[in-house]
Design a protein around this ligand. Structure first.
Ligand SMILES: C[S@@+](CC[C@H](N)C(=O)[O-])C[C@H]1O[C@@H](n2cnc3c(N)ncnc32)[C@H](O)[C@@H]1O
Length: 239
């Protein structure tokens, strides 16, 4: 069979890749990649590769929990026209790959640390579908006017109150039926408890407003992290 640059070979069996996410052969291995929205430009030192005149940015599951979720076969509900509220964008590593994916949508990137915000603003200046928001994710009413009614919330804040942050942001900013993609870092919630118990406790809180569609641990890429994809229940479905 002829080799396609986008053919999976060495990765484990996957759900279909999300739109605008590719698997590219590089140095004898299949690697995840997104098509570079700003050709010739790197965001965090990632490798750029060209195939058939198109430039891609390799996307390492060790650097990005979203890439790890895809490598682990999770179905990711992000479409090219999705609007995404990204909580905990840091300097834009993962957010920039989402920006490559949502060619007809937007990424509202919330971050509260001024030092990384400077780098994030640099990334957003080049990427016209990214909007930087210097704000505290525990106060979604402060950015609802800019980032209200999104299709997806992506949350990676590494805070003890992660479930509450997700619920509050969904109430303020997520469409009914919209999706939550979230990474729970056990050690941030409780550094002494068994991670399994921490995950169960956080999932129980989320159950009130979300239907969990998929969940997986992110080993071997990220230790003691649970990633989940959930759908926000409509008002009439809430108990
Ligand atoms: C694990 S890092 C995120 C890495 C990033 N998601 C990536 O993959 O490129 C967590 C980030 O969340 C930010 N953060 C933590 N609590 C926050 C809050 N309450 N509001 C906004 N940002 C927060 C931290 O400053 C940090 O940059």
């Amino acid at each position: 069979m002829p080799k396609s640059p986008h053919k999976l070979s060495s990765l484990p069996p996957l759900s279909p890749l999300p739109p605008n996410v590719y698997s590219i052969q590089d140095a004898g291995r299949a690697r995840l990649a997104t098509r570079n929205l700003i050709p010739g430009t790197r965001v965090y030192g990632e490798k750029l590769v060209s195939r058939d005149g198109i430039e891609y940015r390799l996307w390492s599951p060790h650097r990005s929990k979203l890439a790890a979720m895809i490598e682990k076969g999770m179905t990711i509900p992000i479409a090219p026209d999705s609007n995404i509220l990204y909580l905990g964008a840091a300097s834009g590593t993962t957010a920039s790959h989402i920006s490559d994916i949502v060619t007809d949508g937007r990424v509202f990137a919330v971050e509260f640390a001024p030092r990384v915000m400077r780098d994030l603003i640099g990334v957003c200046t080049k990427r016209k579908n990214m909007v930087p928001i210097l704000a505290d994710a525990t106060k979604p009413s402060s950015y609802r006017a800019i980032a209200g009614n999104v299709d997806v919330i992506y949350q990676d804040v590494a805070q003890p109150n992660q479930a509450e942050i997700a619920i509050d942001n969904a109430r303020e900013c997520l469409k009914p039926g919209g999706h939550l993609i979230m990474v729970i870092k056990a050690r941030s919630v409780d550094s002494t408890a068994n991670p399994k118990h921490v995950f169960e406790q956080e999932l129980t809180k989320l159950d009130i407003e979300f239907e969990v569609l998929g969940k997986k641990g992110l080993e071997p890429f990220h230790r003691d992290h649970l990633a989940l994809v959930a759908r926000r229940l409509h008002q009439e479905d809430l108990g």
